[in-house]
Design a protein around this ligand. Structure first.
Ligand SMILES: Nc1ncnc2c1ncn2[C@@H]1O[C@H](COP(=O)(O)OP(=O)(O)OP(=O)(O)O)[C@@H](O)[C@H]1O
Ligand SMILES: [Mg+2]
Length: 459
């Protein structure tokens, strides 16, 4: 940044010290030339008559007086010459009736005003101007003026000097200013490096602390939010892996124990073998359930998951769920009641939503005493279809409610062992419903029962 500014300042310096003085000088020269030209026009009007009838014996003194007078008022050397370029009068009295062969005089004798500036070592800068005197389209002579323009060069040099000084000091000030400002603004960036390094090394607890109140603060805030999120994800991942290993380990340990005890005993009765094998088989079923639930969850985690949206009647879907779970409910003599069977159609991934409802109704059956009841209702509420699943079972304690959708969370591990739950059913259901931009919520009271609400958008 500093380098860019310095280069810009140098370019500016170059432009200001070359272009501007040159333009100012040109403009001043032009102005001087115009003034001299006006004076020459003046002289040419007065000498026109004399040039037409020139006779040195009669008019010499008159012309000499005229050149001297104008030379004083114009602070210049003034000469009058005839149509052959011969000097008739010179305010310096140096030349008389001779040709000077000056470029400007030659040009003026072809009818146009000519001027140039020269530099002479002894007298400095000089402007030469030749103006023709024309009478009835005839060039009858001309006026030559040489004027010192050292003053113009002095002016411009002085200005140049001032500009250089201003730019020099401005440059120093700007450079210092930029150095301070860039240091001030970029300092917060340095705070990110160590934190990013820690983050890359897997430590998500570090936060960036930026004191300023600008974009860097916003950046730091976003960065910290990201670290918090990463930290959270990292924690969830570790919990998940821990939970999965634990969940898989328990049935594996049972299987190991059962098979070992069979192997270590001699002459085991076929009946005992059978009993143990049934237990082993149950544990294998359990392992199988966990693994397939995990697969469902992992597949739903994929961001690119595409739902197969199709219009479906929710009432019809619920009836199918009830049909599927009826044998299970019958075993516990639990009645499944479907009331308020409004016919509601919406676009959903049928297979997935069915799975979610099964998980919820299955819980209603699982966590309700023998002879209980599970009531399902379907109705519209604003832009949502609501599926309400109510049971009169054990209920969930208030402090456990926030966690029931967490993976592997079970309020009562002992009972879940009997019912065979892995604690994944509700988190799968929630994931499915969220993918459909819907919501799941519940209210529950211990000893009275639980009510789950699934809200699915109608459009
Ligand atoms: N209707 C309910 N009544 C009482 N407790 C419930 C009910 N539904 C869920 N719970 C509690 O919430 C926990 C989590 O439920 P979830 O369905 O996720 O797992 P699970 O039923 O234990 O196992 P599974 O993965 O086989 O469904 C359950 O273990 C249970 O303690
Ligand atoms: Mg369940």
């Amino acid at each position: 940044m500093l380098l860019t500014y310095i280069v810009l300042i140098l370019i500016l310096f170059f432009l200001l010290t070359t272009l501007i003085p040159k333009n100012v000088l040109d403009w001043q020269l032009e102005f001087r030339k115009n003034n001299l030209e006006v004076a020459c026009e003046d002289i040419s009007q007065q000498v026109e008559f004399y040039l037409r009838f020139y006779d040195s014996s009669i008019y010499g003194t008159y012309l000499d007086n005229l050149t001297r007078q104008y030379a004083t008022s114009m602070s210049s050397r003034v000469m009058i010459y005839d149509s052959y370029g011969r000097i008739l009068s010179d305010s310096f009295r140096q030349f008389g009736f001779q040709n000077l062969y000056l470029k400007e005089i030659d040009e003026s004798l072809s009818g146009k005003t000519a001027w140039s500036s020269y530099y002479f070592r002894d007298i400095g800068n000089v402007l030469y101007l030749s103006v023709p005197v024309i009478y009835e389209d005839q060039i009858i002579g001309g006026i030559f003026v040489s004027n010192s323009i050292n003053d113009l060069f002095d002016n411009v040099n002085e200005m140049n000097h001032d500009i250089r000084q201003i730019i020099f000091f401005a440059g120093i000030l700007i450079t210092i200013g930029i150095a301070i400002i860039s240091n001030h603004f970029l300092k917060p960036i340095n705070k990110f490096y160590p934190v990013i390094a820690r983050l890359s090394a897997g430590d998500f607890t570090e936060r960036v602390d930026v004191k300023t109140n600008d974009e860097f603060k916003m950046l730091a805030n976003s960065f910290n939010t990201m670290s918090v999120k990463l930290d959270e994800v990292d924690r969830q991942r570790r919990d998940f892996v821990g939970n999965v290993s634990h969940e898989l380990k328990t049935p594996l340990a049972s299987i190991k124990l059962l098979s070992e005890s069979l192997l270590l005993q001699d002459n085991v009765e076929a009946k005992v073998y059978r009993e143990f094998l049934i237990d082993i088989n149950n544990e294998i079923d359990r392992l199988n359930n966990i693994v397939s639930d995990l697969l469902v969850l992992v597949n739903m985690d994929k961001k690119q998951l595409v739902l197969d949206y199709q219009p479906a009647y929710l009432n019809y879907l619920i009836e199918k769920v009830i049909e599927q779970l009826k044998p299970l409910a019958d075993q516990k003599r639990i009645k499944i009641v479907f009331k308020e069977k409004n016919s509601i159609q919406t676009k959903i991934d049928k297979g997935k939503i069915k799975q979610a409802i099964i998980n919820i109704v299955h819980n209603g059956i699982n966590y309700t005493q023998v002879g209980g009841q599970v009531t399902i209702s379907l109705y519209r509420e604003k832009e949502f279809a609501v599926i309400k699943v109510q049971d009169n079972g054990y209920g969930i304690a208030e402090e456990n409610i926030p966690y029931v959708f967490d993976r592997f969370y079970r309020t009562d591990k002992a009972r879940s062992r009997i019912t065979g739950g892995t604690g994944l059913g509700l988190s799968i259901a929630k994931q499915i419903i969220n993918l459909h931009h819907g919501f799941i919520s519940l209210s529950s009271e211990v000893g009275k029962g639980s009510t789950f609400y699934v809200r699915l958008p109608l459009s």
